[in-house]
Design a protein around this ligand. Sequence first.
Ligand code: HEM
Length: 187
Amino acid sequence: MVVAVHGIVLKGLKDFVTTEYDHEAWQAIQDGAGLEGKVYVPVTEYEDADVLGLVDAASAITGEEVPDLLDAFGRFLVPPLVETYGVHVDEDWTGLELVANVETYIHEALRAKQLSTYTPPALSSEWVGDDRVKVTYDSERELCPLAIGLLRGIESYYDETFEIEEETCMLDGDDECEILVASSVES
Ligand code: HEM
Protein backbone atom coordinates (compact mmCIF):
# COMPACT_ATOMS: atom_id res chain seq x y z
CA MET A 1 0.00 0.00 0.00
CA VAL A 2 1.66 3.25 -1.17
CA VAL A 3 1.14 5.86 1.56
CA ALA A 4 3.57 8.66 1.21
CA VAL A 5 5.70 10.59 -1.22
CA HIS A 6 9.14 11.98 -0.46
CA GLY A 7 9.62 15.68 0.25
CA ILE A 8 12.14 15.90 -2.63
CA VAL A 9 9.19 15.49 -5.04
CA LEU A 10 7.10 18.21 -3.35
CA LYS A 11 10.03 20.61 -3.00
CA GLY A 12 10.71 19.86 -6.68
CA LEU A 13 7.09 20.69 -7.50
CA LYS A 14 7.36 24.05 -5.71
CA ASP A 15 10.63 24.83 -7.53
CA PHE A 16 9.03 23.80 -10.84
CA VAL A 17 6.02 26.11 -10.32
CA THR A 18 8.05 29.08 -9.04
CA THR A 19 10.52 28.67 -11.97
CA GLU A 20 7.99 28.07 -14.77
CA TYR A 21 5.40 30.52 -13.30
CA ASP A 22 6.02 32.50 -10.08
CA HIS A 23 5.56 32.52 -6.30
CA GLU A 24 2.04 33.93 -6.55
CA ALA A 25 1.11 30.95 -8.73
CA TRP A 26 2.49 28.55 -6.07
CA GLN A 27 0.50 30.30 -3.33
CA ALA A 28 -2.66 30.19 -5.48
CA ILE A 29 -2.05 26.49 -6.18
CA GLN A 30 -1.56 25.71 -2.44
CA ASP A 31 -4.74 27.68 -1.64
CA GLY A 32 -6.58 25.83 -4.41
CA ALA A 33 -5.47 22.50 -2.90
CA GLY A 34 -6.38 23.58 0.65
CA LEU A 35 -2.69 23.40 1.66
CA GLU A 36 -2.15 27.10 2.38
CA GLY A 37 1.41 27.88 3.46
CA LYS A 38 2.44 24.24 3.95
CA VAL A 39 6.25 23.96 3.84
CA TYR A 40 7.85 20.94 2.15
CA VAL A 41 11.35 19.84 3.16
CA PRO A 42 13.25 17.19 1.12
CA VAL A 43 14.04 15.04 4.15
CA THR A 44 10.66 13.63 5.15
CA GLU A 45 7.51 12.22 3.59
CA TYR A 46 4.07 13.60 2.90
CA GLU A 47 0.68 12.24 1.89
CA ASP A 48 0.34 11.19 -1.74
CA ALA A 49 -2.85 13.26 -1.66
CA ASP A 50 -0.75 16.43 -1.35
CA VAL A 51 0.95 15.82 -4.74
CA LEU A 52 -2.26 14.84 -6.50
CA GLY A 53 -4.16 17.80 -4.96
CA LEU A 54 -1.42 20.29 -5.90
CA VAL A 55 -1.17 18.97 -9.46
CA ASP A 56 -4.95 19.19 -9.91
CA ALA A 57 -4.94 22.76 -8.52
CA ALA A 58 -1.99 23.63 -10.79
CA SER A 59 -3.98 22.40 -13.78
CA ALA A 60 -7.01 24.50 -12.77
CA ILE A 61 -4.87 27.62 -12.26
CA THR A 62 -2.47 27.32 -15.21
CA GLY A 63 -5.01 25.87 -17.65
CA GLU A 64 -2.53 23.11 -18.52
CA GLU A 65 -3.80 19.52 -18.67
CA VAL A 66 -2.55 17.30 -15.79
CA PRO A 67 -0.53 14.91 -18.08
CA ASP A 68 1.24 17.91 -19.70
CA LEU A 69 2.06 19.40 -16.28
CA LEU A 70 3.40 16.04 -15.00
CA ASP A 71 5.50 15.61 -18.18
CA ALA A 72 6.99 19.13 -17.80
CA PHE A 73 7.55 18.52 -14.06
CA GLY A 74 9.36 15.24 -14.83
CA ARG A 75 11.72 17.00 -17.27
CA PHE A 76 12.40 19.72 -14.67
CA LEU A 77 13.07 17.16 -11.89
CA VAL A 78 15.94 15.26 -13.58
CA PRO A 79 18.83 17.69 -12.93
CA PRO A 80 18.10 17.99 -9.16
CA LEU A 81 17.52 14.21 -8.91
CA VAL A 82 20.81 13.39 -10.70
CA GLU A 83 22.65 16.01 -8.63
CA THR A 84 21.09 14.93 -5.29
CA TYR A 85 21.49 11.20 -5.87
CA GLY A 86 24.60 11.39 -8.09
CA VAL A 87 26.41 8.92 -5.82
CA HIS A 88 24.16 6.21 -7.28
CA VAL A 89 24.75 7.31 -10.90
CA ASP A 90 27.80 5.84 -12.69
CA GLU A 91 29.51 8.72 -14.56
CA ASP A 92 30.32 6.37 -17.44
CA TRP A 93 26.65 5.61 -18.14
CA THR A 94 24.90 6.95 -21.19
CA GLY A 95 21.39 8.29 -20.69
CA LEU A 96 19.91 5.03 -21.96
CA GLU A 97 22.10 3.03 -19.55
CA LEU A 98 20.79 5.23 -16.71
CA VAL A 99 17.23 4.35 -17.77
CA ALA A 100 18.14 0.65 -17.80
CA ASN A 101 19.79 0.89 -14.37
CA VAL A 102 17.38 3.17 -12.47
CA GLU A 103 15.55 0.43 -10.60
CA THR A 104 18.55 -1.71 -9.63
CA TYR A 105 21.03 1.07 -8.78
CA ILE A 106 18.88 4.04 -7.79
CA HIS A 107 15.27 3.34 -6.76
CA GLU A 108 16.30 0.15 -4.95
CA ALA A 109 19.26 1.92 -3.26
CA LEU A 110 16.92 4.62 -1.98
CA ARG A 111 14.50 2.04 -0.58
CA ALA A 112 17.40 0.17 1.04
CA LYS A 113 18.75 3.23 2.87
CA GLN A 114 18.70 2.97 6.65
CA LEU A 115 15.35 4.23 8.02
CA SER A 116 14.40 4.95 4.42
CA THR A 117 11.29 7.05 3.81
CA TYR A 118 11.54 6.60 0.05
CA THR A 119 8.82 4.77 -1.89
CA PRO A 120 9.87 5.12 -5.54
CA PRO A 121 7.96 2.90 -7.94
CA ALA A 122 9.31 -0.60 -8.60
CA LEU A 123 10.21 -0.27 -12.26
CA SER A 124 11.42 -3.17 -14.37
CA SER A 125 13.77 -2.34 -17.21
CA GLU A 126 15.09 -4.74 -19.82
CA TRP A 127 17.32 -4.29 -22.86
CA VAL A 128 15.31 -5.29 -25.93
CA GLY A 129 18.08 -4.32 -28.38
CA ASP A 130 21.51 -2.66 -28.37
CA ASP A 131 19.84 0.75 -28.51
CA ARG A 132 16.50 0.19 -26.78
CA VAL A 133 15.17 -0.47 -23.28
CA LYS A 134 11.63 -1.44 -22.27
CA VAL A 135 10.56 0.10 -18.93
CA THR A 136 7.52 -1.35 -17.15
CA TYR A 137 5.78 0.91 -14.63
CA ASP A 138 2.83 -0.30 -12.52
CA SER A 139 2.73 2.04 -9.50
CA GLU A 140 -0.68 2.59 -7.86
CA ARG A 141 0.02 6.31 -8.26
CA GLU A 142 -0.48 5.93 -12.05
CA LEU A 143 1.91 8.85 -12.73
CA CYS A 144 3.18 7.54 -16.08
CA PRO A 145 3.15 11.08 -17.61
CA LEU A 146 5.71 11.95 -14.88
CA ALA A 147 7.73 8.83 -15.78
CA ILE A 148 7.79 9.88 -19.46
CA GLY A 149 8.77 13.43 -18.42
CA LEU A 150 11.65 11.98 -16.36
CA LEU A 151 12.77 9.98 -19.43
CA ARG A 152 12.63 13.16 -21.55
CA GLY A 153 14.60 14.95 -18.84
CA ILE A 154 17.32 12.28 -18.97
CA GLU A 155 17.36 12.57 -22.79
CA SER A 156 18.18 16.30 -22.61
CA TYR A 157 20.45 16.01 -19.54
CA TYR A 158 22.62 13.52 -21.49
CA ASP A 159 22.13 15.35 -24.78
CA GLU A 160 20.85 12.17 -26.43
CA THR A 161 17.86 11.59 -28.73
CA PHE A 162 15.20 9.21 -27.44
CA GLU A 163 12.21 7.77 -29.24
CA ILE A 164 9.69 7.05 -26.48
CA GLU A 165 6.59 4.96 -27.12
CA GLU A 166 4.08 3.93 -24.46
CA GLU A 167 2.87 0.56 -25.77
CA THR A 168 0.39 -0.11 -22.93
CA CYS A 169 -0.92 2.31 -20.30
CA MET A 170 -2.78 1.99 -16.98
CA LEU A 171 -4.64 5.23 -17.79
CA ASP A 172 -6.12 3.32 -20.77
CA GLY A 173 -7.13 0.45 -18.50
CA ASP A 174 -4.06 -1.75 -19.00
CA ASP A 175 -2.48 -3.53 -16.01
CA GLU A 176 0.81 -1.68 -16.43
CA CYS A 177 2.55 0.93 -18.54
CA GLU A 178 5.11 -0.52 -20.96
CA ILE A 179 7.37 2.25 -22.21
CA LEU A 180 9.84 1.57 -25.03
CA VAL A 181 12.84 3.92 -25.05
CA ALA A 182 15.09 3.82 -28.12
CA SER A 183 18.22 5.94 -28.33
CA SER A 184 19.80 7.01 -31.58
CA VAL A 185 23.17 7.55 -29.78
CA GLU A 186 25.59 4.55 -29.98
CA SER A 187 25.82 3.16 -26.41
C1 HEM B 1 18.44 9.94 -11.87
C2 HEM B 1 17.55 9.03 -11.90
C3 HEM B 1 16.44 8.92 -10.87
C4 HEM B 1 16.42 9.19 -9.53
C5 HEM B 1 17.56 9.71 -8.66
C6 HEM B 1 15.08 8.86 -9.05
C7 HEM B 1 14.67 9.01 -7.73
C8 HEM B 1 13.32 9.02 -7.36
C9 HEM B 1 12.84 9.48 -6.06
C10 HEM B 1 13.70 9.98 -4.89
C11 HEM B 1 11.48 9.41 -6.10
C12 HEM B 1 10.50 9.79 -4.96
C13 HEM B 1 10.16 8.57 -4.18
C14 HEM B 1 9.25 8.87 -3.02
O1 HEM B 1 8.35 9.67 -3.19
O2 HEM B 1 9.48 8.31 -1.94
C15 HEM B 1 11.11 8.90 -7.40
C16 HEM B 1 9.81 8.75 -7.81
C17 HEM B 1 9.48 8.35 -9.07
N1 HEM B 1 10.35 7.86 -10.04
FE1 HEM B 1 12.36 7.94 -10.01
N2 HEM B 1 14.31 8.42 -10.09
C18 HEM B 1 15.09 8.43 -11.22
C19 HEM B 1 14.76 8.07 -12.50
C20 HEM B 1 13.50 7.64 -12.84
C21 HEM B 1 13.12 7.22 -14.18
C22 HEM B 1 14.05 7.13 -15.39
C23 HEM B 1 11.81 6.92 -14.13
C24 HEM B 1 10.89 6.46 -15.23
C25 HEM B 1 11.01 5.51 -16.00
C26 HEM B 1 11.35 7.16 -12.77
C27 HEM B 1 10.04 7.03 -12.34
C28 HEM B 1 9.59 7.55 -11.14
C29 HEM B 1 8.16 7.85 -10.87
C30 HEM B 1 7.00 7.69 -11.85
C31 HEM B 1 8.10 8.37 -9.58
C32 HEM B 1 6.83 8.91 -8.82
C33 HEM B 1 6.28 7.99 -7.83
C34 HEM B 1 5.38 6.87 -8.37
O3 HEM B 1 4.91 6.98 -9.49
O4 HEM B 1 5.12 5.91 -7.65
N3 HEM B 1 12.41 7.59 -12.00
N4 HEM B 1 12.25 8.65 -8.15
